[in-house]
Design a protein around this ligand. Structure first.
Ligand SMILES: C[S@@+](CC[C@H](N)C(=O)[O-])C[C@H]1O[C@@H](n2cnc3c(N)ncnc32)[C@H](O)[C@@H]1O
Length: 236
């Protein structure tokens, strides 16, 4: 079987399962703009998109935020989650900050090597241009501001006031220490009752240990939901 045929079959299978997923989602949660979700998921399908249920969870969390909400994302890569979060938002003043060094730098050596390999495949040493192209493809430039920094630097010079962010999505450096730092750095910016979301909480990198530490420190008042390896909490 040729590569073209194989890719064709994979595309067909993905479209079939996506259609089934959307049909069910529309019935269960009719209030969400699922066509936007489908368009973005289709664009990023394959390696850059994790499972549809967890991506849909992220999309719903963002759509559930109040009008003109503010979202911060730590770790954007080429923008799959950024596009989903930004397109879920409502209101002309809604804002999303995508924070990433766009170099795949991470304290965990094996993660850095994995990012380098992916960058070699993408024939680049930074994903910023691809990120920008993807944001522009969905006309989200007015809503999304990329901050080309590590999380720590970005938090130090962040332009929004404390207690003003509605949702923070943490998906950057996955080591335990870095995830704890992300929690402590970004927690003060979140509104009381706002949301903190983590990706890869089922991984063995250190994310679950950091989350458990934050739970014990009483950072969170409520578990909002879990889909796949995405977990969301309401902050105190
Ligand atoms: C798993 S990828 C993000 C994937 C993206 N959230 C998505 O779901 O489409 C992790 C990203 O975090 C970035 N990163 C690693 N350490 C970081 C740090 N300290 N601050 C900001 N970004 C970081 C990497 O460059 C990489 O692009």
């Amino acid at each position: 079987m040729g590569l073209k045929t194989l890719l064709g079959i994979k595309k067909y299978q993905w479209e079939k399962s996506a259609k089934k997923f959307i049909a069910k989602a529309k019935k269960t949660f009719p209030q969400y703009p699922w066509e936007n979700f489908l368009r973005i998921s289709e664009h990023f399908r394959g390696r850059e998109l994790s499972s549809l249920p967890e991506r849909a969870f992220l999309f719903r969390l963002s759509h559930d935020l109040p009008l003109d909400a503010k979202v911060v994302e730590i770790g954007s890569w080429i923008g799959a989650s950024s596009c989903l979060l930004a397109s879920g938002l409502k209101g002309t003043k809604a804002k999303m900050y995508a924070i990433d060094n766009f170099k795949g730098n991470a304290s965990d050596c094996s993660a850095s090597i994995r990012y380098r390999e992916r960058m070699t495949k993408l024939k680049t040493d930074t994903t910023k241009a691809i990120f920008d192209k993807n944001i522009a493809y969905f006309n989200l430039e007015n809503r999304v501001t990329a901050i080309v920094h590590d999380s720590l630097q970005a938090a130090k010079s962040f332009c929004e006031p404390l207690h003003s962010v509605d949702l923070v999505f943490i998906d950057g450096d996955h080591s335990e220490e870095a995830t704890k730092n992300d929690i402590t750095l970004w927690f003060p910016f979140v509104k009381p009752g706002g949301i903190m979301v983590f990706h890869d909480f089922t991984s063995n990198h250190g994310v679950p240990q950091a989350i458990w530490w934050a739970v014990k420190q009483s950072y969170f008042s409520e578990l909002v939901g879990i889909y796949g390896s995405t977990i969301a909490f309401r902050v105190c």
